[in-house]
Each structure stands twice: as structure tokens, then as C-alpha cells.
Design a protein around this ligand. Structure first.
Ligand code: UD1
Ligand code: MG
Length: 462
């Protein structure tokens, strides 16, 4: 046996996860925004395996989509059990020597440290197989472990006798095998159990009899939170969520109410930012320093600069600049860029638009496909009518424009620099710089540069 040989890692992720009662494969369910299978992969990575295989089957195409490019999916056509899944993985490995590290895809809290310990134990014991076990207060649902003179036997709960069910030492579904031994043992498996499946656990007993097997006891029981149903999923996610929050707090972020704050893995937050209760930060969201986010803000894939305030608002793929004030009750959709010191206030929606430095969209507005310059003030209820039923059209509002309440901008339209739009005006043609436009639709465009007496271009007034 070659206990110093390379590690070939296999994640078992082909199962359906019947107990999840889901239309989605179990390993695709997310914890803190990350699919379950990716936790197993990330825990393996620090061991620098020669290859990292993932056995896929149920919803294989969907599972493949979430796998990192340096992993190799192998297809298990029919889910005939964990033993069969390992058989499929072995078909993809030609080497005769090395360690096969098998990791069930449903243990998102298992750490790299534990996997390293397992491999270390396997190497130093010089055995054919090593299995990770834990002594649990409630072992229900898991395989029970019996160890005797170099033979480790695991019996599934459904196949166990009354006496065996009392055992609290359980199999956590992580194993180190000598390649040659596991290859041989898999060939000998039979499906003579309650589920009619090929059990990987039976291979352990076969190997034990020939080349000895040992157990490796898990130290941190938190890692034993395997996911087989939705309440397990919630419990595991809660632990991961707290870990993420603790990490941010250690780095100088204030989290007012950790119990109601949800920050996904991978979100970045600067120092002295305060996260208020009921806030969700998801995906590739990045928040700068000295911000106040929440209460009840929900940002995904949103970039926030320094010193910004985002109160009770939703952001999806938006960019919020330094010292911008958002909310309460703003909805920022993809393509929104709010430049430094700008403001989007109560009950406003912004989509695919730029709001220039210091400009304000304070109340009840819809801004879509618009380019807004600097120092602009949109009156309450200013709306860009960007969609004519066929096309999305652009609105340009140049620097220093001021719109009255309930202004409608019928795109495509440009409002020139420094112009004023009267309250309730419906603007369906371009307004040159420095003019006042009033009316619905705006039939009158008047010069506002001089004092009074000017003529309207359309010759009519409302
Ligand atoms: C398995 C173990 C059990 C252990 C438990 C720990 C066996 C027979 N039993 O039971 O002793 O306590 O894990 O979690 O191994 N999978 C496949 N292909 C299949 C079947 C399963 O890839 O044909 C994958 C699943 O996607 C999952 C993993 O293997 O990630 C374990 O499968 P699961 O059905 O959850 O096994 P358990 O019944 O929990
Ligand atoms: Mg399981």
C-alpha cells in the first residue's frame, strides 16, 4: 500500500435527496447563497488533490453548472447507491496507487482540517480504509458504526436491529481508501439491504477483513450537521450564517442584530459600516466603510461606496456611490448608477440609469433608461415614460435641470442644461437648454433667461 501516494478526491452528489421533498437535487440547495455541493469542494481544495471528481446524476446538468472549472463531473446514470457512485468515480481513475478520499455532498460544515486529519490518520495507521465518525446525542437517520479488531462495520438505520439502533457512534460519510482496496471491494458489493442499493459502507467491512480499517473521531461536533431534510438545512445554514457575521464583526463591521441579519458568503463590507436589523446582503455585493445599511435593506450584486445610507430599500445589480442616500422604500434595478452625493428617496424606482453627482430623485419617481446630469432635481412624481409598447427609449436630463411635481418625460427626449419643467407637464419633445416648459403635453416652451414678456414658441398657453 502506498500511504504517501497522491489523493484522488470524490464528492458524491448524484442522489436525489428524497427527504428534502424537493424538485431540486439536494446538493443544489443553497446555504448562505452557496449550493451545498460547493462547501464539500472548498473543504477538499486545501488538500491539493491530484484530481477532484464530482459524481453527478440526479439533475446532472444543473449540478454541473455550479461546479468550479477545476472539478471533473462524472455521470452516475442510475442512483443505485453510494457504493455504485464510487464505482463510477473509480472508472475515471486509471492510477493503481494513491488514496481515494470520498466525501458525501451533504455535509456543508465539514472542514478542511477534519479532512486533513482523516487522511493523516489513514496514512499513519497504514490501513486499507479510514472512516470519519462522531458520537452524537441523537444518531437517528445515520449509519451506526461498530469497530472490532481492525474491522469497521456500518449498519444503516433501516437495516439495524433494536440493539444496533442504540449505538450513538455514527458514520459521517467521509472516507479515505487505498485505491487498490476500494477497487477490489466495490466489485464485491451486493444490494442485499432494505433499499436494494450498493452501500459504500459495506466496502469498509470487506476492506477491513483484508487490510484493516479504522475510525477517525470528529472533534468539533458542529461539523456533524449533515443535511438530509429541510430542518437540517436550516440548522446548518444558521451555523454558517453566524460564522459569516462573526467574521465581519471581527473586521470592524457593526451588526446591530445578528439574529435578523443575512449576509451571504463572499459579500465584502468596510470598517465602521453599520448593518441594521432585517438586512440581506447577497451575491457579489460590496459595501464600503462608514455606511449605514438597513433596517430592512436587501441588496444583491450591488456595489456601495463609502459613507452611503441605504434605508429600507432593495438593490439589484446597482452601483451606489460615496455619500449617496437611498430610501426609504427605493427599488434600484440592474444598471442603476448613483454618483457621489446623489439621492434616491422614498418610493422611487430606478433602472438602467445614471444619476449624476449631487442630483436628487427624492420622491415617488420612476427613472428608466435615463442619463441624468449633475445637480438635477426631479420633483415628486417625475416619471420617465421610457417604453412606448415596442421599444425602450432614452431620456437625457442635462446638468442643473429642475422638474416640477408630476412631470412626465415621454422618451426619447432630452431636457437641456438648466431648463425648468412646470408642474404636471407632459414633455414629448426636446427642450433646449435654459428654457421653461409647461403644459400637458407641453405645447409651450418659453425663454426664462430674461424678465417676463417672452413669447411661447407654440403660441399657446395652458
Ligand atoms: C449515507 C451512509 C450513512 C451515513 C450518511 C451520512 C451509505 C449506505 N450510508 O447515508 O451510513 O451515516 O450517509 O450522511 O452510504 N449519492 C450518490 N449516488 C447514489 C446515492 C447517493 O451520489 O446513488 C450521494 C448523495 O447525493 C449524497 C451522498 O451520496 O450526497 C449520501 O447519500 P444519502 O442518500 O444522503 O445517504 P444517507 O442515506 O444519508
Ligand atoms: Mg445523507
Amino acid at each position: 500500500m502506498s500511504h504517501r501516494g497522491p489523493i484522488f478526491a470524490v464528492v458524491l452528489a448524484a442522489g436525489k435527496g428524497t427527504r428534502m421533498k424537493s424538485n431540486r437535487a439536494k446538493v443544489l440547495h443553497t446555504l448562505c447563497g452557496v449550493p451545498m455541493v460547493n462547501y464539500a469542494i472548498e473543504a477538499i481544495r486545501p488538500l491539493s488533490p491530484e484530481r477532484l471528481l464530482v459524481v453527478v446524476g440526479h439533475q446532472a446538468e444543473e449540478v454541473k453548472k455550479v461546479l468550479p472549472p477545476d472539478t471533473e463531473p462524472v455521470l452516475q446514470r442510475e442512483q443505485l447507491g453510494t457504493g455504485d457512485a464510487v464505482r463510477v468515480a473509480l472508472e475515471a481513475i486509471e492510477e493503481k496507487e494513491g488514496i481515494l478520499l470520498v466525501v458525501n455532498g451533504d455535509g456543508p460544515l465539514i472542514s478542511a482540517r477534519t479532512l486533513m486529519g482523516l487522511v493523516e490518520r489513514h496514512r499513519s495507521a497504514g490501513v486499507g480504509a479510514t472512516v470519519l465518525v462522531a458520537e452524537l446525542p441523537d444518531p437517528s437517520g445515520l449509519g451506526r458504526v461498530m469497530e472490532d479488531a481492525g474491522v469497521v462495520r456500518i449498519v444503516e438505520e433501516r437495516d439495524a436491529s433494536e440493539e444496533e439502533r442504540k449505538i450513538r457512534l455514527v458514520n459521517l460519510g467521509l472516507y479515505a481508501f487505498e485505491l487498490g482496496e476500494i477497487r477490489r471491494a466495490i466489485g464485491l458489493l451486493e444490494a442485499d439491504n432494505e433499499q436494494g442499493e450498493l452501500y459504500l459502507t459495506d466496502a469498509l467491512e470487506i476492506i477491513g477483513r483484508r487490510a484493516r480499517a479504522v475510525t477517525y473521531l470528529l472533534e468539533d461536533l458542529e461539523e456533524a450537521n449533515l443535511v438530509n431534510d429541510r430542518s437540517h438545512l436550516a440548522r446548518a445554514e444558521e451555523i454558517l450564517r453566524r460564522r459569516i457575521l462573526d467574521a465581519h464583526m471581527r473586521e470592524g463591521v457593526t451588526v446591530r442584530d445578528p439574529a435578523s441579519t443575512h449576509i451571504e458568503a463572499g459579500v465584502e463590507i468596510g470598517r465602521d459600516t453599520v448593518i441594521l436589523p432585517g438586512t440581506f446582503l447577497r451575491g457579489r455585493t460590496k459595501v464600503g466603510s462608514d455606511c449605514v445599511i438597513g433596517p430592512f435593506s436587501d441588496l444583491s450584486d450591488t456595489i456601495v461606496g463609502d459613507g452611503a445610507v441605504v434605508e429600507h430599500s432593495v438593490g439589484r445589480g446597482a452601483k451606489i456611490g460615496d455619500r449617496v442616500v437611498v430610501g426609504p422604500f427605493a427599488y434600484l434595478r440592474p444598471g442603476t448608477v448613483l454618483e457621489e452625493g446623489s439621492k434616491v428617496g422614498a418610493h422611487c424606482e430606478v433602472k438602467n440609469s445614471r444619476v449624476g453627482r449631487g442630483s436628487k430623485v427624492p420622491h415617488l419617481s420612476y427613472v428608466g433608461d435615463a442619463e441624468i446630469g449633475e445637480g438635477v432635481n426631479l420633483g415628486a412624481g417625475t416619471i420617465t415614460a421610457n417604453y412606448d409598447g415596442k421599444n425602450k427609449n432614452k431620456t437625457s436630463i442635462e446638468d442643473g435641470v429642475f422638474t416640477g411635481v408630476n412631470t412626465s418625460l415621454i422618451a426619447p427626449v432630452t431636457i437641456g442644461r438648466g431648463s425648468y419643467l412646470g408642474a404636471g407637464s407632459v414633455v414629448n419633445k426636446d427642450v433646449p437648454p435654459g428654457k421653461l416648459a409647461v403644459g400637458a403635453p407641453a405645447r409651450a416652451i418659453r425663454d426664462i433667461s430674461g424678465a417676463g414678456g417672452e413669447k411661447s414658441e407654440a403660441g399657446e398657453e395652458e
